[in-house]
Design a protein around this ligand. Structure first.
Ligand code: UD1
Length: 343
């Protein structure tokens, strides 16, 4: 059975490709490499010991997408391809609505033409916005995001919901990710942000490797145990395995379903910095600075529904996440750019 993975060269997409192949699926990647590197394909081939079929195609380009659907018998799609920089979405909202919303509409139109009606969508805990209290469960209202990036996720969830209403043959699984970190155990694929990272873990690893001087801790006056922000960090391999369970379900049942993919456990910024230091035996210089506008104090999942309905639970610990992120960064201090791995 062949699964089309849009954005399959990205951070979460690439880890999901590995787990899909491990579970016996054939895969086809569609990626325009706008925020990923072709080197990922070579790394995936080394990990899986098989050749990876990929197309350098933009999902907005329907004609090229049609070509992919003509050349392969696709059973389902996992749709990762999207821009994801929150700050950029605030300064350039049209870029986000164009790519993330029109891109999905383009993909769904071509899927419909080819009668492929099974899709797993890459959503985010960001859809819960400011007004819901953790633990966050799937039935909470999701009508208010904190930024345009968040709104593209809300709108995409709505579009996909509307598809299932219009045509009950559509099978849709919306996956709301919490904070993915970590990397494949091989240390050969991982998160490779362009420019200065805005997320915490890649910032920590770049401090550890000497590219950045210190971590700025965005506020220690939140209503949390140590005053710093609390998040539900989840190992990207656990997250990837959640996608395999979701695609299994999408193939077996025609329905709309939404699941949180998180551990259910919140950790603070200082917990993450301290755990990273301890397990990797490396100092992480850090300083308390002002809060970052738009941040919530606490965000963690209620992961019950995914456990009960998908039979999925996150298994890896915060220590595993810190070790694997560091292994990836140490082996690839310049990310994929350098081509061959160091060390
Ligand atoms: C961020 C996005 C969210 C997106 C998610 C994807 C923002 C405001 N939110 O989530 O919409 O879905 O990434 O991965 O960008 N922190 C520091 N110093 C840093 C960086 C972060 O103290 O240099 C803190 C933050 O205040 C927060 C925690 O670390 O408490 C995690 O931040 P981050 O990794 O950026 O993730 P989110 O903000 O949760």
């Amino acid at each position: 059975m062949t699964i089309l993975v849009t954005g399959g060269a990205g951070y979460i997409g690439s880890h999901t490709v590995v787990e899909l192949i491990n579970s016996g699926y054939d895969i086809v990647i569609v990626d325009n490499f706008s925020n990923s590197h072709p080197e990922v394909i070579k790394r995936l081939e080394a990990i899986t010991q098989q050749s990876i079929t990929y197309y350098n195609v933009d999902i907005l380009d329907k004609e090229s997408l049609r070509q992919v659907f003509t050349e392969h018998q696709i059973s389902a799609v996992i749709h990762f391809a999207a821009h994801k920089a929150v700050g950029e979405s605030v300064s350039n909202p049209l870029k986000y609505y164009h790519n993330n919303v029109e891109g999905t509409v383009s993909l769904l139109a071509v899927m419909d033409e080819f009668n492929v009606k099974r899709i797993v969508f890459s959503s985010s805990a960001t859809v819960y916005g400011f007004n819901n209290q953790s633990p966050l469960s799937e039935d909470l209202p999701t009508n208010e995001a904190n930024n345009p990036y968040g709104y593209t996720k809300i709108v995409n969830e709505q579009i996909l919901t509307d598809m299932t209403i219009a045509d009950p043959e559509w099978s849709v699984v919306l996956l709301r990710y919490f904070n993915p970190i970590g990397a494949h155990a091989s240390g050969t694929i991982g998160e490779d942000p362009s420019g200065i990272p805005s997320n915490l873990m890649p910032y920590i690893t770049q401090v550890a490797v000497g590219k950045l001087e210190q971590v700025n801790v965005f506020g220690n006056d939140y209503d949390t145990p140590d005053g710093t922000g609390v998040r539900d960090y989840i190992h990207v391999v656990d997250l990837a395995r959640g996608h395999v369970k979701a695609v299994d379900q999408a193939l077996n049942e025609s329905k709309l379903a939404v699941y949180n993919l998180g551990t259910g456990q919140g950790y603070s910024v200082l917990d993450l910095i301290n755990t990273f230091s301890e397990v990797n035996e490396i100092e992480i210089p850090h300083e308390i600075t002002d809060r970052r506008p738009g941040d919530v104090a606490v965000c963690y999942a209620d992961p019950t529904k995914a456990r009960e309905e998908l039979g999925w639970v996150a298994e890896k610990t915060l220590a595993d996440m810190c070790q694997d992120s560091w292994k990836w960064q140490q082996n690839n201090p310049q990310g994929y750019q350098a081509g061959n791995m160091n060390g």
